[in-house]
Design a protein around this ligand. Structure first.
Ligand SMILES: Nc1ncnc2c1ncn2[C@@H]1O[C@H](COP(=O)(O)OP(=O)(O)OP(=O)(O)O)[C@@H](O)[C@H]1O
Ligand SMILES: [Mg+2]
Length: 484
């Protein structure tokens, strides 16, 4: 048997960012017709390697070669889309000789999106789309760049962390089809099950160095997690950590809440309670975080009352003690030009009727939070964009919990964080609920993850609540049936 052709190769690649040794003599390769997974903890160097392989950054040592690659499509972790531009402009902007009419371009875009199983009008501004649809636009752009080239490579950095349920399955089908055409795929993912299901080979990277390159069939869940983290990771569950308390008045009362795709949504949440909201893409569940938090962008009706105060705007929600973490937080929750410290203090500094926090006190706060949440960075003065994607996510959660809210609405809480950090984040949420009486609304597209971490699950289908069950007594499978 002849060895399959290598399309993309890194040999002894090293990269430093100041004092950070992000890649240490990394060697690996992607072959034609394989899905090659790249896995490792947050900050281990995956995105840096991806950028080096794509030519977006130059290694300090070693070499990158793309023997015989005719076309390379990449979907980076932050997607890199232009929010103000339309879907068509984003997708077709990468085409080399743009001589097509708008109508032809629309046809090209629609055809690619069809192949991905999504329908989005090409004239829609990308910034107006929910995060999972944006991910598909970024994939469409990568496919447009690859065209029909026979020896092509597709590099996907963590896009699947924003795709859930049916969207994730659709995307997996697309990858499998591309593989059967002989395309080489490099897939960065924190989803161990996805990696074991899809990948032919796996490169595990630990602290910037390759730990192993192995056939996926030689690995199981436990072996992969151990290779990645050096230990087993016990996933916490809420039932062990947080006693359910439902006495007294609910701290959050939602009655008849409606939006463009949601209607008549009722929910009461007590202090110390963790309530999950789940649904499939398109069911409307994903609109609830913004509606609960008082977003006024589209249609909004009904009542939300937080600690006795009616919520009619995002600022009112915050003043009543609410915090909301949206799914597309990288775009909306961080100031890219700011430092770690500045981003951590967003929402704490100043504000009407508040004392500013003394600078030395700010440093203590941020130092403590960085340690408690295991945020890997050079320190409070590092630029926020120097943090890896998962470490940015941890900082956002740390910031919201630091504000000691009464209610936290969090959408896709564990998005982008590695399996160990996921367990730590969940423990922080459980602790805040148990010890600080925080009420958590845990909005998530993954029923299994939600089930293990909440007291109650509310299922949304076609814009309405179809179930509200206690996880201690109900059946997860029965609820699963109701989602479709
Ligand atoms: N532009 C930069 N300036 C300074 N340091 C950087 C820069 N980019 C990355 N780093 C550092 O390099 C290391 C590797 O980061 P990288 O983004 O490659 O991690 P990752 O494996 O993709 O993590 P994640 O799973 O969180 O996305 C981290 O310590 C990160 O802080
Ligand atoms: Mg990354």
């Amino acid at each position: 048997m002849t060895e399959p052709e290598v399309l993309l190769r890194a040999e002894n690649v090293s990269k430093w960012f100041g004092a950070t040794h992000a890649l240490r003599a990394v060697s690996t390769e992607v072959r034609a017709g394989e899905i090659h997974a790249l896995v490792g903890a947050n900050g281990s160097g995956k995105s840096t390697l991806v950028k080096a392989l794509c030519g977006a950054i130059t290694p300090d040592e070693g070499s990158i070669t793309r023997p015989g690659v005719a076309a390379l499509g990449a979907v980076h972790q932050n997607l890199g889309l232009f929010d103000e531009a339309t879907v068509r402009e984003n997708v077709c902007g990468v085409l080399e000789h743009r001589v097509l009419s708008t109508a032809r371009e629309n046809a090209v875009v629609t055809a690619i999106l069809d192949r991905l199983g999504v329908s989005i009008a090409p004239d829609t501004p990308v910034g107006a789309l929910p995060i999972d649809q944006q991910a598909f636009v970024a994939v469409a752009r990568a496919l447009a760049r690859m065209g029909d080239a026979p020896a092509a490579v597709l590099v996907v950095d963590e896009v699947t962390s924003v795709l859930r349920g049916t969207a994730a399955r659709r995307f997996a089908d697309v990858l499998v089809r591309l593989r059967s055409r002989g395309i080489g795929i490099l897939l960065v993912s924190h989803d161990i099950d996805e990696v074991l299901e899809l990948a032919d080979r796996v490169t595990v990277i630990v602290d910037g160095a390759v730990r192993t390159v192995r056939a996926a069939r030689d690995l199981d869940r436990r072996a992969l997690i151990e290779t990645m983290t050096g230990s087993e990771v016990a996933q916490p569950t809420v039932r062990a950590a947080v006693p359910e308390r439902r006495a007294g008045e609910p701290v959050l009362r939602i009655a008849g809440l409606g939006g463009d795709f949601v209607h008549g949504f009722d929910l009461d949440v007590h202090a110390g309670e963790i309530v999950g909201i789940v649904g499939v893409p398109g069911s409307g569940y994903a609109d609830l975080p913004a509606l609960i938090a008082g977003a006024t962008g589209g249609h909004r009706s009904g009542r939300v009352v937080l600690a006795g105060r009616p919520v009619t705007s995002p600022s009112g929600f915050a003043e009543a003690g609410g915090r909301m973490i949206p799914a597309d937080r990288n775009r909306t929750a961080l100031v890219g030009s700011g430092s770690v410290l500045e981003n951590f203090m967003l929402g704490h500094r100043g504000g009407p009727g508040r004392w500013a926090i003394r600078p030395d006190r700010e440093r203590t706060l941020v130092d403590r939070a960085l340690a408690a949440f295991g945020v890997k960075c050079e320190g409070p003065d590092a630029g926020i964009t120097s943090l890896s994607g998962g470490n940015q996510q941890k900082l956002i959660l740390a910031r919201c919990l630091q504000a000691a809210p009464r209610v936290l609405v969090v959408h896709e809480a564990t998005q982008g964080v590695d399996i160990k950090a996921r367990a730590e984040l969940l423990r922080h949420l459980h602790f805040a609920a148990a010890e600080r009486a925080l009420a958590v609304v845990y909005v998530c597209g993954d029923l299994t993850e939600t089930w293990d971490n909440v007291h109650r699950v509310v299922a949304v289908r076609r814009g309405t609540k179809v179930a509200d069950v206690a996880t201690a007594t109900a059946s997860k499978d029965a609820l699963h049936q109701l989602l479709y």
